[in-house]
Design a binder for this molecule. Structure first.
Ligand code: SF4
Length: 369
């Protein structure tokens, strides 16, 4: 993945962002057509596999335990339930499933084992699997890669300068480390941000500069508009204008010509015309389905209708990279072997107890007469 060297300084990127809108969209559309099939848009589904109760304090997030929101918290879903939802999303045209868990970081426990099984199952279904599970070590990344993970999402959210206005429980550097760990494991990186949190235009460009400074910018850059949820510190934030989202999508497209720019949260507030401008200006993916983790999103059918009107087609999975191989997971195999061994030992112990309590029929011997 390469970035556009013409815009590698903050000044150049800011003047690009501030260009007259139609010129900006035209430039983005030209680049988009050069690097991508402009009629194809990927439909992805986002599934919250573990909701709420998160110890972090991201100011926009209704899943943070410290905020009083209406989120329906639930523990980690079971593997079969997730596979059924994936099947359903695939039948509705989604070629990628992003599974999100409201965790600060991945822990090496039974829940992570379950996620590994989910990744294996969804990849074997022929869908691109992306996970967003919080901070991740290199070892955990390797385990997910081995299970067949295609991409890992970890957003930088905003510029380094503005970040601490929104989040205090996790450093920007820690986010960069997780992205690095995904890279080292050979996992495709999905990382983007949110606009409308009270940041300046310089901060929006600053987010993109963080990706410019990477040796390998993300293959996938989701651009979200804040969905201000009651009970969160950003609940009173004024909604952004649709034009701002179009501008951000187009700037991202030009700055990172090879990446997929994903039009993510905030679509419910956009008209079809505004979404069409985003597709023209380089958005190559939307999230489909009525929920985006916990916030509302247009229904599958509305999106299908929009695709029909705009002449868009849903992109197939693995159009931008080979399907990873799902290998057996050594930890799961060992756990299954130990469980089997315990089962056998238990059975042996049970039959021993039966043997010990077995009282043979008393036989009268000569002595007992
Ligand atoms: S965005 Fe993620 S890490 Fe931050 S509070 Fe929400 S669930 Fe937790």
């Amino acid at each position: 993945m390469k970035c556009n060297p013409e815009y590698s300084s903050k000044e150049a990127l800011l003047s690009l962002y501030q260009k007259p809108l139609l010129e900006l969209v035209f430039e983005a559309a030209t680049i988009h057509r050069k690097y991508h099939n402009s009629r194809e848009v990927q439909m992805s589904s986002l599934l919250s596999i573990k909701t709420g109760g998160c110890p972090e304090d991201c100011g926009y997030c209704p899943q943070a335990a410290r905020y009083h929101t209406d989120v329906d918290a639930h523990k980690l879903m079971n593997v079969d339930e997730v596979l059924n939802q994936a099947k359903n999303a695939k039948a509705n045209g989604s070629s990628r499933l992003c599974m999100g868990a409201a965790w600060r970081e991945i822990r090496d426990n039974k829940d992570f084992d379950k996620v590994v099984e989910m990744v294996q199952g969804v990849n074997e279904m022929g869908m691109e699997v992306c996970c967003t599970l919080g901070m991740m070590s290199e070892g955990q990344a390797k385990r997910l890669k081995n299970a067949g993970l295609f991409a890992y999402n970890h957003n930088l959210d905003s510029s380094k300068e503005f970040y601490s206005d929104v989040i205090s429980t996790r450093e920007y550097e820690q986010r960069l480390d997780t992205i690095d760990n995904a890279r080292k494991a050979g996992i495709s990186v999905c990382s983007g941000g949110i606009i409308g949190m009270g940041e300046t235009e310089e901060d929006r460009v600053g987010l993109l500069m963080s990706y410019m400074e990477m040796e390998n910018p993300p293959e996938s850059i989701p651009i979200n508009a804040l969905v201000a949820v009651e009970g969160t510190p950003l609940e009173d934030q004024k909604p952004i204008e649709q034009w701002e989202l179009i501008r951000m999508v187009a700037t991202t497209r030009i700055a990172f010509p090879e990446s997929i720019v994903r039009l993510s949260a905030g679509r419910t507030k956009m008209s079809m015309e505004a979404q069409a401008m985003c597709f023209l200006g380089g958005a190559g993916s939307i999230f489909a389905g009525d929920k985006l983790l916990t916030t509302p999103n247009p229904e599958f059918n509305e999106d299908k209708e929009m695709f029909k009107i705009l002449g868009l087609v849903a992109k197939e999975s693995f159009a931008d990279g080979e399907q990873p191989v799902t290998n057996p997971d050594p930890i799961l195999l060992e756990k299954k072997r130990l469980a089997k061994q315990r089962e056998l030992e238990l059975e042996a112990a049970k039959s021993k107890v039966q043997d010990d309590t077995f009282e043979p029929r008393k036989v009268r011997t000569v002595d007992s007469l």
